[in-house]
Design a protein around this ligand. Structure first.
Ligand SMILES: [Fe+2]
Ligand SMILES: [Fe+2]
Length: 324
């Protein structure tokens, strides 16, 4: 089996005081214990598949509406629909594994029993997400997986290789997880297979807690950071944003389907044009909404995105609200 070894060193902090020090963080931990669900018990795996075999709305296939799409037979459209879903779920599956590993490191390196307890619950949450997505892929998509995209691998190598907890938290809990939330929301709203919708909705129930950890834990460290350290955090935030917002294209799924390099290039161009017209680009609509309401605003509120990086953000299509 393929595996990846990422070198890392970290300091393990052993706490001796287990009394409540951070009420909000302990509250998050309480919620996490209360709201655990179990894929073996709580997911209706016997839900019938849609009769046409589609997992998601065709609108989420990049070439939907293009001349290339119009030429495809019904069987090919369904095949492509399922492959694109498998590609998206593969990306999310690796993200869940990466999140589980990063949070297990966080259990060691964060200070405070409340923070450690919460991170221990996130390790379990991410394990359950990893498990339920794999089960869906096996159950519905014949076990079809696609390889981890380069951008995702680079981002997780950086997250897992860095020894500082706040760098892991910025990239994981604030950037990567918000991206995953946008993806799960989009998939739950556009699911043709009710089982996929259910899986996505279950995962989403856990995600707001994960972002909550970053919002509770980061302000103090950002406040105490020197100008140089704060800029370093901001730069890392931008790198993480660049990694999640670019290079997210299911090229491997199209290649596997049998498209030539020229046809795949045509799909890319079509997607870019649709996004530029900004009319019915479903993908863009969901991402803009979630990126702006949660990710960008939260990062800016924390002081992790300032005027200094405005041009860098603009290159990603992100408009930073004017400083007040
Ligand atoms: Fe997750
Ligand atoms: Fe998460």
């Amino acid at each position: 089996m393929e595996r990846r070894t990422i070198p890392s060193t970290l300091d393990t902090i052993f706490e001796f005081d287990y009394s409540v020090q951070a009420e909000d963080m302990r509250g998050l931990y309480e919620k996490a214990k209360r709201d655990q669900w179990n894929a073996s018990r709580d997911i209706a795996w016997d839900t019938p598949e849609p009769s046409d075999g589609r997992t998601l709305a065709d609108e989420l296939v990049d070439l939907y509406g293009s001349p290339l799409w119009d030429k495809l037979s019904e069987n090919d459209r369904v095949d492509l629909n399922r492959r694109v879903t498998a590609w998206r779920l593969s990306v999310l599956l690796y993200g869940e594994q990466g999140a589980m590993l990063a949070c297990s490191q966080l259990v060691d390196i964060v200070s405070g029993a409340d923070e450690k307890f919460f991170q221990a619950t996130q390790v379990m949450d991410e394990a359950r997400h990893n498990e339920v997505l794999e089960r869906y892929i096996q159950h519905r998509l014949g076990g079809l997986h696609y390889p981890m995209p380069d951008n995702e691998r680079i981002l997780f190598d950086a997250i897992l290789g860095d020894s500082r907890w706040y760098i892991k938290t910025i990239a994981l809990q604030l950037v990567a997880e918000t991206f995953a939330v946008a993806m799960f929301k989009m998939m739950s709203e556009c699911a043709r297979d009710p089982l996929l919708g259910e899986v996505c909705r279950r995962i989403l129930l856990d995600e707001s807690r994960h972002m909550g950890f970053g919002m509770l834990a980061l302000p103090e460290v950002i406040k105490g950071a020197s100008e140089k350290e704060r800029e370093e955090m901001e730069d890392f935030t931008c790198v993480a944003l660049e990694k999640v917002l670019t290079g997210f294209f299911p090229g491997d799924a199209y290649k596997d389907f049998g498209f030539s390099a020229a046809q795949i290039a045509e799909v890319r161009t079509f997607r870019r044009d649709v996004a530029a017209r900004n009319d019915y680009a479903v993908f863009r609509k969901y991402f803009r909404r979630d990126m702006h309401t949660s990710m960008v605003n939260n990062l800016a509120r924390l002081g992790l995105l300032t005027e200094r990086v405005r041009p860098r953000l603009a290159a990603l299509g992100i408009q930073l609200a004017p400083a007040v």
